[in-house]
Ligand binder design. Structure first.
Ligand SMILES: *[C@@H]1O[C@H](CO)[C@@H](O)[C@H](O)[C@H]1NC(C)=O
Length: 298
């Protein structure tokens, strides 16, 4: 990756600064690197705001400096307003390599006045095809809203303004792979996907509205950060770094053991009933050999 040469000195810097490092909150450019788009991605307002833009020539994107092995990652996004048909704003965690793990939010734009589609997916060991899509209960272009991924050893929970919309549970005991050993980096990009994104590719990007722009603020990674030698550093347990301790939850916050209580499970089911527009688990046509195992356990 483009930033690998910068990563080492930054890591050393982090160890020097100790606790402050993995808990973002400060300037966005301390935690995120704009990695492509030739100036189309910008950090503004003393590091409080990040914008990505897309025009006919290119989109743009950023990634987190750290890789995480479990965490609660929050970001506030305001999506491309007006006629955003054909544009996709992707916001996801991903590990590297072929058998990679990935946790995706993707926002598919639309013509003015028509709703965005929030697309979600979970990949484990390179295997995805677990799409669930939602409408939002607000206009995601009018203001910032918080999109969160809570990833701990038992759950991957997608949240919108603290409302859980999807819970991918650890069902390894039932033979379903779960992401839990490959560290993941956060990525986001704004790009043109008018070959498929809007109304199945029928509506094309209208370049007379370019440049398209999406905005980010309020990044917070309350997470275990991958450090050298396959170890992780969770929250304030920086002191154990370098002692050869295995990855452990020591120092991680409440998120590490968080599950949805009954109230939150009910809220999630309500959102799913009202706003889910596609669920791979209710699409048996796709699966000749039967639905994926987790579908009967949700
Ligand atoms: C765009 O709006 C149309 C009409 O309301 C809807 O069918 C479609 O799902 C929306 N989203 C996308 C990404 O096409």
């Amino acid at each position: 990756m483009a930033t690998s040469s910068r990563r080492v000195p930054l890591l050393l810097l982090c160890l020097g600064v100790l606790v402050s490092c993995s808990f973002a909150a400060g300037s966005l450019d301390q935690e995120l690197d704009i990695t492509w788009g030739d100036g189309r991605g910008k950090v503004l307002d003393n590091g409080r705001l990040l914008t990505l833009s897309l025009d006919r020539t290119s989109g743009s994107g950023f990634q987190s400096r750290h890789e995480y092995l479990f965490g609660k990652i929050d970001m506030q996004l305001r999506l491309v307003p007006g006629n955003s048909a054909g544009t996709v704003t992707a916001y996801y965690l991903s590990s590297q390599g072929g058998a990679h793990d990935e946790i995706d939010f993707e926002f598919l734009g639309n013509v003015s006045g028509e709703p965005y589609t929030l697309h979600t997916n979970v990949f484990t060991r390179g295997q995805g095809q677990r799409e669930q899509q939602f409408r939002l209960w607000f206009d995601p272009t009018a203001d910032f809203h918080t999109y969160s991924i809570l990833w701990n050893p038992k759950h991957v929970i997608f949240m919108v303004d603290d409302m859980p919309i999807r819970d991918f549970r650890n069902l390894e005991s039932k033979g379903v792979a779960f992401p839990k050993s490959q560290p993941m980096r956060l990525y986001s990009s704004l790009w043109n996907a008018d070959d498929w994104a809007t109304q199945g590719g029928r509506v094309k990007t209208d370049w007379s509205h370019a440049p398209f722009s999406a905005s980010y603020r309020g990044f917070k990674a309350d997470a275990c950060v991958a450090v050298a030698g396959g170890r992780t550093r969770c929250g304030a347990t920086v002191g154990t770094e370098g002692t050869g301790a295995p990855a452990s939850a020591a120092g991680a916050g409440d998120w590490y053991n968080q599950e949805l209580d009954l109230t939150l499970q009910q809220r999630m089911r309500w959102v799913q009933r009202k706003y889910m527009i596609y669920n791979y688990c209710t699409d048996p046509k796709r699966y000749q050999q039967g639905l994926p195992a987790e579908c009967s356990m949700q």
